[in-house]
Design a protein around this ligand. Structure first.
Ligand SMILES: Nc1ncnc2c1ncn2[C@@H]1O[C@H](COP(=O)(O)OP(=O)(O)OP(=O)(O)O)[C@@H](O)[C@H]1O
Ligand SMILES: NC(=O)c1ccc[n+]([C@@H]2O[C@H](CO)[C@@H](O)[C@H]2O)c1
Length: 242
């Protein structure tokens, strides 16, 4: 069985931290980071506002990202080996691909491939503060967060909601797969079924509390937290009733 899990959401919501933690904890698990598909700096348009438009879909080479996902789909074992992931001989024949990024659900060819979509958010103030502590390969110019990053986040989230892209739900009950979409996962109704993956031990600092109720429905087996404390600041669309 092949599972593609989206770890999406706003900038600095903790996506990379969570994806890397799950990647370390799960067997036969690969991760693809959307940030690795930014176009070169000289191809990033400058908007009327004077800012380089890093936070729009056109600034990412999404065709290249889709090709990488297709390579995994066509042969997850080979993909895992090529990316230094140990394929565990005793583990069940389940392969997981984590896609991590801030615009995961806005690119039509990918949107129906997910078995599960997560969307991590934190409040505006927390996001702005975290972002101010980060230095990207191209550092943020003054005013970028309020002038570009936050408005684009709101725009894409509104569009995602308008298109009915559900997050945090078993996708066998949500959008039907587009006919003829290639590649597709073999049996959508099987995607939300329990997977015998054995124990998943996740340190609390990488697992927001709000994700706890949902993780076991994707990754069965037992979920162990190494300590009782867990960051509580992460809020999420996941908390919407299903
Ligand atoms: N659960 C958490 N609780 C508190 N802080 C966290 C948590 N997860 C991540 N952080 C902190 O938030 C910041 C951003 O984390 P991370 O790089 O994982 O976010 P991201 O969503 O991948 O961001 P970006 O997409 O902009 O690269 C880091 O400083 C990290 O230490
Ligand atoms: N990774 C990069 O090259 C890069 C350069 C400039 C800005 N960013 C920011 O990354 C975030 C997504 O993780 C976006 O909000 C970009 O602004 C990334």
């Amino acid at each position: 069985m092949k599972l593609i899990v989206g770890i999406g959401g706003m900038t600095n919501g903790g996506k990379t931290t969570l994806a890397n933690g799950l990647h370390r904890s799960l067997p036969n698990c690969c991760v693809i980071h959307q940030d690795d598909f930014f176009k070169p700096q000289d191809q990033i348009a400058v908007g009327e506002d004077g800012f380089k438009q890093w936070d729009v879909l056109e600034s990412l080479d999404m065709e290249a990202m889709l090709s990488t996902v297709r390579a995994w789909l066509s042969n997850p074992q080979k993909f895992a080996r090529a990316h230094g992931v140990n394929v565990q001989p005793g583990a069940p024949d389940t392969h997981i691909l984590l896609l991590e990024g801030f615009l995961l659900y806005s690119y039509e060819p990918l949107v129906d491939l997910y078995s599960r979509r997560y969307f991590l958010t934190v409040p505006y103030e927390e996001c702005k503060w975290r972002r101010s502590t980060r230095t990207y390969t191209v550092p943020d110019p003054p005013g970028l967060f309020d002038g570009h990053v936050w408005p684009m986040y709101q725009k894409y989230k509104r569009e995602m909601e308008a298109h009915g892209v559900d997050v945090g739900k078993s996708l066998s009950r949500t959008r039907p797969a587009r006919r003829g979409s290639e590649p597709s996962l073999s049996h959508p109704s099987a995607l939300s079924s329990a997977l015998p993956l054995g124990n998943l031990e996740v340190p609390p600092e990488v697992l927001p509390q709000s994700l706890l109720p949902l993780i076991p429905s994707v990754f069965s087996g037992s979920l162990t937290l190494r300590s009782a404390a867990s960051p509580a600041r992460v809020t999420s669309l996941l908390e919407q009733p299903q």
